[in-house]
Design a protein around this ligand. Structure first.
Ligand SMILES: C[S@@+](CC[C@H](N)C(=O)[O-])C[C@H]1O[C@@H](n2cnc3c(N)ncnc32)[C@H](O)[C@@H]1O
Length: 224
């Protein structure tokens, strides 16, 4: 299973933002929606082996948690506006159900979010923190059970950072540049795909036919 937790810092936890203003009033919900798409969408499909937490901690360590489950997920489309609508709907519906978690739409669970959610996440097997100062991904032991923590448009707050450092989970660097969270998720999913493919008994891609007897250099079979 692949799990990601995105620390979401500026999106209004009650969903009180306009779909016409995702970047400003939506607290960069555009980027959060793109990260959701990056986590789950492949060409013509959804990654069923993936779960994503959006953790919206606010002052005092309380807020909202949106938990997306690939196995059940429906109504996720490639455009960020419709993804933002799915998430806004979840946040708005949670406002009337303080203190408990509900499934706002298939595969989209929403409920209270606390620091304990972050702590529980980093206690899972394969937990790591995507951080620019970490160990290069290519030499890091990530997957097949992977649970990666990322910041959204902002790095973790001082308090989140304190919790992450105290947890002792490895820090993993995805490259020399500071990347967008959604780009990080794409890179991680791809790296996990490659490692899964290369693992013994893994889902290897069919070997491409090399030029052999009767096969001209162009790769087309020779005709009799
Ligand atoms: C947009 S970045 C945060 C802001 C960024 N540190 C900056 O100064 O612009 C969002 C998150 O993506 C992840 N990230 C970005 N670049 C990364 C890298 N090269 N390696 C690992 N994680 C990275 C981190 O989790 C980071 O908190």
């Amino acid at each position: 299973m692949r799990r990601f937790l995105l620390l979401v810092h500026r999106v209004p936890p009650d969903g009180d933002f306009s779909l016409n203003d995702l970047a400003s009033g939506g607290g960069r919900m555009d980027e959060v929606a793109q990260a959701v798409g990056a986590a789950f969408l492949v060409s013509n499909g959804i990654r069923r082996d993936t779960e994503l937490d959006l953790l919206l901690l606010r002052d005092g360590g309380h807020g909202r948690r949106v938990h997306l489950v690939g196995e059940r997920l429906r109504y996720l489309n490639p455009d960020e506006r419709s993804t933002a609508a799915l998430l806004k709907n979840a946040l708005v519906r949670a406002a009337g159900h303080e203190g408990r978690t509900l499934e706002a739409s298939p595969g989209v669970f929403v409920g209270p979010g606390t620091e304990e959610d972050l702590l529980a996440f980093v206690r899972q097997p394969g937990a790591f923190w995507a951080e620019e100062g970490g160990t290069p991904l290519r030499s890091a032991s990530v997957g097949p059970e992977a649970a990666g923590v990322l910041g959204d448009v902002l790095d973790p707050t001082p308090r989140e950072r304190e919790l992450l450092l105290a947890s002792g989970i490895p820090r993993v660097r995805l490259g020399p540049r500071s990347l967008r969270a959604s780009q990080c998720v794409v890179l991680l999913q791809n790296e996990l795909d490659l490692r899964e493919e290369a693992a013994p008994g893994g889902a290897r891609a069919p070997a491409s036919p090399g030029p052999g007897p009767g096969t001209p250099r162009g790769g087309l079979p020779a005709t009799a």
